[in-house]
Write a protein that binds this ligand. Sequence first.
Ligand code: AGP
Length: 620
Amino acid sequence: MCGIIGITGRVDAVDGIVAGLKRLEYRGYDSAGVVTGDGRALRIVKRAGKLENLTGALAEQADGALSASTGIGHTRWATHGAPNDRNAHPHTDPDGRVAVVHNGIVENYQQLKSSLGDVRFASETDSEVVAHLVARHLDEADAPDLLTAVRRVVADLKGAYSLCLVSRDEPDTIVVAKHEAPLIVAHADGVGYCASDVAALIAHTRDVSALLDGQIARITPDGVEVVDVDGAPAKPHDYHVSWDLEAAEKQGYEHFMLKEIFEQPQAVHDTLLDRHRPDAGGGSPRLRLDELRIDERDLARIDKVFILACGTSLHAGMVGKLAIEHWAGIPVDVEVASEFRYRDPIVDKNTLVIAISQSGETVDTIAAASHARDQRSPVVSLVNVVGSTLAREADGVLYTHAGPEVAVASTKAFTTQIVGCLLLGLYLAQVRGRMYATETADILSRLQQIPDALEEVLGLDAEITALAERYTDVDYTMFIGRHSGLPIAMEGALKLKEISYLHAEAFPAGEMKHGPIALIEPGSLVIALAPAGHVFAKMVSNIQEVRARGASVLAIGTADSAAELKDHADHVLALPEPPHELAGPVLSVVPLQLFSYRVATLRGEDVDQPRNLAKTVTVE
Ligand code: AGP
């Protein structure tokens, strides 16, 4: 949460900073600000609200008032202090000598503030204290430079942070520090950069370095110098970004969310690409997950799996549980990552942890995975963003290759995560000898049909839009499902509430009679996941129960279940039969994504930037 960018060495840094903030706005949009310096003074402009408020304020500045070759910017997701102008970043020390932007939480900020004595703070944030502390260190007898002063300050900080600072007295220098919140640095064509995410830098370079925890960097037009807290040279994680600027644009779609929904056939195709082949020496083809890096003999010993994730990724993990238990025969627990390390989970070297995250930067998931690693459990991350913290810190990684996902509401990340889970389930079955090679090959070849089936589902958009028009103002929507329909019911409810702000809940269809059915009254909408399969008859009974109590029912069926559903539901969407029952969720979530999107746009909501949310959640 919160987006940071810094540029030094450009003729006019502010234009580049604003363009970068535009790409980082998904990380928070409570306020935005920028600071530049010319060696005489630091000049700050910051405004509450979305980035357009900042750009409006910048346009009102006198010509050239902020022009400088060095500057830093910030887009905020508020934690400490209301989202107003005063709490917007950057923050300075009382003399305006040092300015800081911050992503994360300085947990000991109260204690640090007290250590400064009787000092007035201009904001209610935890971040401002960093500027005060750095300025104090700059005054020390040995006259440290900005890098040294920042090193001394971070030695005292507790919590998660990526920090970016400029000083009035060092005009061509940006200093950054990273601990448990992402920070990328780069240098290209005489310009130094830093940002929370490569999306902000992709217009300038695709060769970047991710700082590791505890690293501090000085960025100048001449290059990037990385050190540890003691000042010794340190090596960040260098990598090349495989996607380009075009992939990060809307490409004619009204919203990123819609673009990303329609990118799902390609994204799933890319997730499945080149997974089944002989090894370099020939031999029979096998399922190969090259980046997994965990010895097959160790995987064969696994007797328990934990899947840890948050939000949409957690729902993908629920499908993963079904796949792993079905194919590999290993018991699986799926757990909200933020709960895991605060109880006493029983994990050891024979427990495999699968941490699922689009961004690879969700702090709850990173912390849970690291807790499991501390107990010697091997950790595999199922991640979209290449080079992200979770991808780097896990023992092995399976990339989903969905390409950049910008909309806060996750769509293509979800479907590719499910496919990733299916691959992991098959792989575990393979290494444990639970499946004949021909069986694995057959399932993998059937999964290749998913992209075409997805195209067919996307063809239902007009029908779904008509349904959305009908139910735009429904007060309450209940999603129900069984087996692989349950995670999709949960994901459907999450999508609807997060972008349309309508009240929506999901329940296992069989649980309805134990309480939730009391909520049903005439006018309620129930969306029922009812594909053909072993729980279809039970779903039909549950649909009848809610309909008997006055609910309207929209049933998401498949070719083989649709005809029967027509006798029980008000509306039936007939999806193609999935190539495997466990692949069904990849298809059945798409109408729910489109339904939520259409309802939200009809209600006039800001789909790509829903209120109170941010794409990457880097605070606990
Ligand atoms: C869903 O639309 C949200 N974006 C959210 O639930 C998200 O899935 C969650 O915050 C986890 O993010 P991650 O996959 O990047 O870890």
